[in-house]
Ligand binder design. Sequence first.
Ligand code: NDP
Length: 357
Amino acid sequence: MNDSLVLSSSSVIEATAISIAFIVAMFIGSKFLPGRRVELTDAEGGTRSFRLNGVALLVVTLIVVGGAHALDWLDLGGIHARFFALFVVANVFAFLLSGYLYWRGKSVERASVQDFLLGRDLNPLFIGEDLKFFSYRPSLIALALFNVSFAVVQFETYGHLSRAMTLYQLFTLVYVFNYFQFEYGMVHTWDIVSERFGLMLVWGNYVLVPFFYCIAGWWLVHAQSDLSVGAATGLVVLFIVGFWMFRGANEQKHRFKQETDVKIWGKPVETLDGRLLVSGFWGVGRHLNYTGEICVYLAFILTIGLESWIPYLLPAWLIGLLLHRSRRDDRRCREKYGELWDRYTERVRFSMVPYVY
Ligand code: NDP
């Protein structure tokens, strides 16, 4: 059996120690590393404050962990070796944290199983930190560390990195780095603004993202075949186009929400009643940010070629999630904007793929 799927009592104890040390380090880093603070008024009228230091946290973590590996103080390959044990511990942690959030929740009076799943509070605090916003850090930084550990194991086993693994590492590092670079925009996203923090988001952050979203890297470690130069070039193009749509659409909306009088693609912004953007990507499709993200994930997964069908579960899952989300968001916007939303959907008829959907 693959070493990383072995579960023994010693691997579980080690995985528990690693997980606790990691979460505590992430929390201390989030609390004390320098970063701009932004304040927002939440849906319930309260004020929330976030420190945007995710880039610093990611960079410091990679330097510290990479340095410790180079000095033989820790073995990055050990993360890969304990993959399944870490997965078990992360699940236990997710249930414990959700139980804690349920127990101390205040906003929803009558607690039920549904409140355990969906959460009771929008923005629970722990020692002054917004736990929901914080949780994206261990989530994505763990994803980055898993990926690095896969590269280390491949290099130590075979003496080189395959072309597929090199591309996969570049793509995923750019993606994670960009998430933190765009943290100022993430504070306005649906999850942060409107979702309560319960098992669903907790499990998504601490289990689904780190353990499932790295699936292609896990498979690439011992892959038998590699990408041709032509296939690699195709994937780079797919990644760049996807990233341009994903990041570009999010950035355009963010700039518009900050200041309605901006230029998009070199022209003064076009809007419906100054409230809905119809310039740039938002004039081509209502959710091209989702489409772009799907292309980015396809580029991650296609690095494994025909090695296995299992990693393709990730883009399949993401397509399902974002299709469902686009419908839910359309319903929400129709309620919020009323007739203006109808005008928008008449003008921008397609959601994710022009002329198709
Ligand atoms: P969006 O960033 O697309 O935000 C949707 C909101 O934007 C709407 O509710 C509306 O809110 C506003 N809006 C919509 N159209 C317009 C317009 N034309 N002009 C101005 N405002 C508009 O959605 P999410 O918060 O769902 O997603 C954020 C990012 O996170 C996306 O890039 C998505 O791909 C990514 N994501 C990734 C996941 C993953 O697992 N990898 C999972 C989920 C999301 P308002 O009330 O402010 O007007």
